[in-house]
Each structure stands twice: as C-alpha cells, then as structure tokens.
Write a protein of this length. Structure first.
Length: 660
C-alpha cells in the first residue's frame, strides 16, 4: 500500500501540473489590451519579479547556510529534503505570481466586453496559483516519503524548507505591499484628494506590485506551508497509531482533494461560460461548496477502504466544514452588518472608527475559536492526536479550489488599477470594482481559513514534537514550563511589533517620496507629466528587504534558546503559548483590518457622505491602520506558530542527542 499511495500522490500532482499548463495557455491566449494597458501590466510584472529576485538572493543564502547546518548535525538527506521543500515553495510562489501579473491586463480588457469574461480570466489566474501550490506540495512530499522509504523524519526537513520560504515571503511581501499602500492612500486620497489608482500618484504602481508579491506569492507560500505541514504531521501521527495505513491515509485524502479541485475549477468555468449573467460571489461560493461535497463522498469510501470504517472520513469532513464556517464567520465580520455599523461611526471622525474597529476584531475571535475547539475535541475523541491532524488535512484537502478563489482577488484589484491608469471608460472600472469587491471578501475569508488551518496544523505539529522528544505530559506546575509558556504567548506580540514598525518605517519614506514628487515634478498634478514609479518601487523593495530579517529569525532561534535555557518540556510550553495567543491575535488583526477596508469601500459608494467627506477621510485612516494588521502582521503569525513547531521537531531531537 505504501508504494501505491506515494505513486498516486506523485501522479495526482503531475495531473495537477498538466491541468495548470492548460490554464496558463487559456489565460495567455486572451488579449492584454491596448498599448497603454500592456505597458502598465509590464511595469507591474517587472516590479514584482525584481522584488522577488532581490528577496530570493537573501533567502537562498539563509537556506543554504541552514542546509549546511542540518548536514552537520543530522544528515545530507535531511539537508537535501530541506532544500527541496524550499525550492518547491519558491517555485509555487514565483510561477503563480508570474501568471497573476499577466492576467491583470487581460482581465481589464475582458471587462471591456462583459463582466463574466473578466471573471473567467481573473479566476483562472488565481486557479494557476491554487493548482501549482497543491501539485508541487503533494508531488514533493510524496516523492520524499517514497524515496526515503517511509522515513517521516525526512518529511520534516521538507516541511521546514516550506516554512522558511513562507515566513520570508509573507513578511517581506507584506512589508512591501503595505508600505506602498499606506503611502498611496495617505498622500493621494487624504492630502491630494485624488482617486484610488490615479496614474498621477507615484506610489500606485508599487501598490499594484505589492498586491502580487504579498497577496499572491505570500499567500501561496503561506498555504503551501500549511498544506505540507498538515500532511506531514498527520502522516507521522498516523504511523504511530495505525502503522502504514495511518501514515498513508493523509496522502490519499490530499490526492483526491487535488483531483476534485480540478473538477471544481472546470465547473466554475463551465458555469461562467453558459450563464447569461453572473454574480461572482455566488459562482465562486458554489464552486467551493460543490468541491467540498464531492470530496466528502470520496473520503467516506477512502476511510472504509483504509480503516474499515467511516471514522476517518467523518473527521476529514469535520475539518472541511469547520474551514467553511470559519470563512462564513470572517465574511460576516468583514462584509456584513458589523461593517455597516462600523461605517456609521466614521462621520464622528477617526477615533470612534478606530475604537469600534478594534472592538469588532476582538469580538470576532469568539466564533472561530469555538469552531476550532469543537473540531479539536471531536476529532481527538475519535482518533486522538491523529484525529486532530486529519481534521487539518481535511480543512486543506480542497486547497486547490479555495486558493484559486483567494488568489483571484489581487488580479481583480490590479485590473481595476490598470483600467483607471489607462483612462478606460468608467463602465470598465465599475465591472472590475464588482470583481474587486468580491475579491476583498474572498481574501478576508481566505485569511480566516488560513488562520484556522494554521491552528489545527500547529496543534498537530505540537503533538508530533511530543512524540519525537518522548514527552508524555507537559506539566504546568513546572516553573520552567510555565515561564516558557508565557514567553511563547509574548512572542507573537513581539513579532507583530517588529513587522508593523517595519511597515511604518518604510511607509514614512514612501509618504515623503510621494509628497516630494507632487511638489517638485512640474505638471504632475495637471496630468501633463509622469511620476517616477520606479523610485517608489525601490523604496518599498529596500524597506522590505531591510526589515524582514529580524522578525523572521525569531521563529528559528526561540525554540533553540528555550531548550538550552529551560529544557525540552519548556519548549512544549513555549509552543503552546505561541499557538494560543498567536491564533487569537491573527484573527483579531485580520478581521479588524478587513472591516476597516470594507467600511471605507462602503463609504466610497456614497454612504455617510461619500468620497471627500469627513467620514471618507476617517475611513482612509482606519483602512491605513488596518493594512499592516490584515496583510502583514496577521498572516505572518500563521507561519510563525507553524515554523516554530517545525524547527522544534527537527532541531530539538538533535540537540537532545548532543546534550543529553
């Protein structure tokens, strides 16, 4: 069964890549529009690629240094597994983002004809990211397991490689995109009173580049890490509880989810093509629900075949349902009644809007935590710690479909920017704005989904750490353990502080540069001269590269320091503290930021005074405060809690052999 399972995983991943090639050709055969649109799209492509190459130059130095360390303390196989996990994660982010930056102008051009063609192009652009992430993740992990002859330790190296890249991509991309966004909004909208994406704004290209490096490449790397980490941890725990069949079941579930995601993507395209008119939100939601329903049927049979009963299938379904419900909860707090109430406070000024937005984010932690808790208790009751890991695999099993919907949002956002900068007819921007509005909602839901999956994956990895270090009980009466738990609970706050300061420092430079260009470039405000877009892209790039190193090192260094000072049980306490505070902090930040963003967009439709009013200026301030919360610090915490667990799983057993 072992060889068959891994062959199926590799074949499924290969099928996914073949399907991705068809998606790419389908996108590239569409017209990118007139010369102005193509020029704008090319500038975004070059800026995004330039940033990633600059980031990768730093990242690969860190990767190869750490690989050398792994070779010395563990084995060359572990080092190679780590490098492979890193390279596949880099490839998934880079290839997905490359197509996203080519789909933007094509979406704009399709919007000239009708809404449904624009939806099809942008969705397929997102689907490329969804399929590359799941295909490379499954192929790589399955291949490592097969070549390592079932050695789960080598899979930990692969998972750690994915985590390294994810943290750098999320932190670096997040700093870039929000530094540009803050500069564009504060000077452009508030001070100069010009529209969003106005071509006179020097930071507007950097803002569009940031959407791709942060919300496409960064999100892809984030969920790639969760996907790989959940399969790895479930396989490790399954091998302990059910031997070979327990180790292989997660691969079967992931393989079926990948294939059914392909069917889901095909169905969405068929529906769009046949419909006379489309409602983007309904189409995308229905695609998700249909894929989940089909996967539910398949995992029932898989569970019966592998375990002889339906228990495993029920836990997988539980994970999928909880993932959807967390998304629904996120949508409620970032796009429904609470946002309307939040927008009503904007006419009173920035302070009431900020206070109410913070309160909204704090309240929004309740439902996701209860859902995650229910999933943990029920799955543990059925299969113990293995059940929790299987629930995480279930939540991520249809990632190919859910990430397609998430990555579609930045493409639609870029399409609107290109429509504005290319001076197309107002109806084109109206159509892209409809797509963008749905994209904001799906992005918020995607963040909620990513946080929920990170929580379950981190808990499964925590259980794996207990297994590899032979810890049976984590005793909170132990002063070392309790102290480490408090330190662990503090780390997400320290990490977030460093990341948000980085955004603030880079944004300060961006604001100064935009002000300078408005003041010094003659004819810029009259539309008779072009701004220096490249200067703003360089500021965002330099700021991201300068400030991403220190917060990224926390996840790697903290477990090692805690072990050396307080012992292996204290590391478990630290992981528990980090996971507990990190999950709630991430939910709070993501939902506050998402609510401020959508409150601003609601006001821009004409509510509560509309554009240019006091309410609008207050909402721009709220959105600016929320940007680094929802797009930099919050999403990066997901990776922090998982990477700390992975580092603990790989490094602490080595240190135990040396010191004990």
């Amino acid at each position: 069964m072992g060889a068959i399972s891994q062959i199926i995983s590799v074949i499924s991943g290969f099928i996914g890549l073949i399907f991705t090639v068809f998606l790419v050709f389908n996108i590239l055969e569409k017209s990118p529009g007139n010369e102005k649109m193509q020029k704008l799209s090319k500038i975004i492509q070059v800026g995004a690629r330039s940033f990633l190459f600059s980031e990768y130059r730093i990242l690969f130095v860190v990767i190869f240094l750490f690989a050398a360390f792994l070779w010395l303390v563990s084995s060359y196989q572990m080092a190679l597994s780590f490098i492979l996990g890193s390279v596949f994660s880099v490839l998934s982010g880079f290839l997905g983002m490359s197509i996203a930056t080519r789909a933007n102008a094509r979406t704009t051009n399709a919007a000239i004809n009708n809404l449904k063609d624009a939806l099809a192009v942008s969705f397929n652009g997102g689907a490329v990211m969804g399929m590359i992430v799941t295909s490379l993740g499954l192929m790589g992990l399955g291949g490592i397991f097969f070549l390592g002859k079932g050695n789960t330790e080598l899979m930990s190296g692969y998972a750690m490689g994915a985590s390294f890249v994810a943290l750098f991509a999320r932190v670096g991309g997040g700093i870039f995109t929000k530094a540009a966004d803050v500069g564009a909004d504060l000077v452009g909208k508030v001070e100069a009173n010009i529209p969003e994406d106005d071509p006179r704004n020097p930071a507007v290209i950097a803002d569009n580049v940031g959407d791709n490096v942060g919300d496409v490449a960064g999100m892809g790397a984030d969920l790639y890490e969760s996907y790989v980490g959940s399969i790895f941890s479930a396989s490790v725990l399954g091998s302990i509880v059910f031997s070979a069949k327990g180790a292989l079941f997660p691969f079967f579930v992931a393989s079926s989810g990948l294939i059914l995601s392909i069917f889901g993507i095909i169905f969405v395209n068929y529906y769009i093509k046949k419909a006379k008119e489309v409602e983007p939100e309904k189409v995308l939601h229905f695609g998700t629900y249909m894929t989940t329903f089909l996967q539910s049927i398949v995992v029932f049979f898989l569970s019966k075949i592998v375990f002889g009963d339906f228990s495993g299938g029920l836990i997988v379904i539980l994970g999928m349902v909880v993932g959807i419900l967390i998304g629904v909860s996120t949508e409620y707090y970032t796009a429904k009644k609470p946002v309307i109430e939040l927008a009503k406070s904007a006419p009173s000024g920035s302070a009431p809007l900020i206070i109410n937005g913070l309160a909204l984010g704090m309240e929004s932690t309740l439902i996701p935590i209860l859902l995650i808790g229910a999933a943990i208790v029920i799955s543990f009751y059925v299969y113990g710690l293995f059940g929790i890991a299987i629930a995480a695999v279930g939540m991520l099993s249809t990632l190919g479909m859910s990430l397609s919907i998430d990555a579609y949002g930045p493409i639609a956002d870029n399409a609107g920017g290109i429509a504005e900068m290319a001076h197309l007819e107002p109806y084109v921007r109206e159509r892209t704005d409809k797509l963008d509005a749905v994209g904001n909602t799906t992005a918020a839901m995607g963040k909620g989904f990513a946080i929920g999956s990170a929580a379950l994956t981190a808990l499964a990895l925590f259980a794996s750490y207990l297994q590899v270090t032979n810890i049976s009980v984590v005793d909170l009466n132990d002063a070392n353990v309790f102290t480490a738990m408090l330190i662990g609970a503090m780390l997400p706050f320290l990490f977030s502080s460093l990341v948000m300061k980085a955004v603030g420092n880079a944004a300060n430079l961006m604001v100064e540069e935009v002000r300078r260009q408005f003041k010094e470039i003659v004819g810029l405000m009259e539309g008779k001269a072009d701004p220096d877009y490249g200067k703003c892209v360089k500021i965002a790039t330099d700021g991201a590269l300068k400030y991403m190193i220190l917060p990224s090192l926390i996840a790697v260094i903290a477990p090692i320091i805690i072990y050396l000072l307080l012992g292996k049980q204290a590391v478990a306490g630290m992981l528990a503290g980090t996971t507990g505070s990190g999950v709630m902090l991430a939910i709070f930040m993501a939902n506050s930021g998402g609510a401020w963003d959508n409150a601003k967009k609601l006001i821009e439709t004409g509510k509560y005074g509309g554009k240019g009013s006091l309410a609008h200026k207050a909402s721009v301030v709220g959105d600016t405060v929320g940007d680094p919360l929802k797009d930099t610090a919050g999403p990066s915490i997901n990776i922090l809690i998982k990477l700390m667990s992975i580092v603990s799983i790989v490094i602490i057993p080595v240190l135990i052999r040396i010191f004990e």
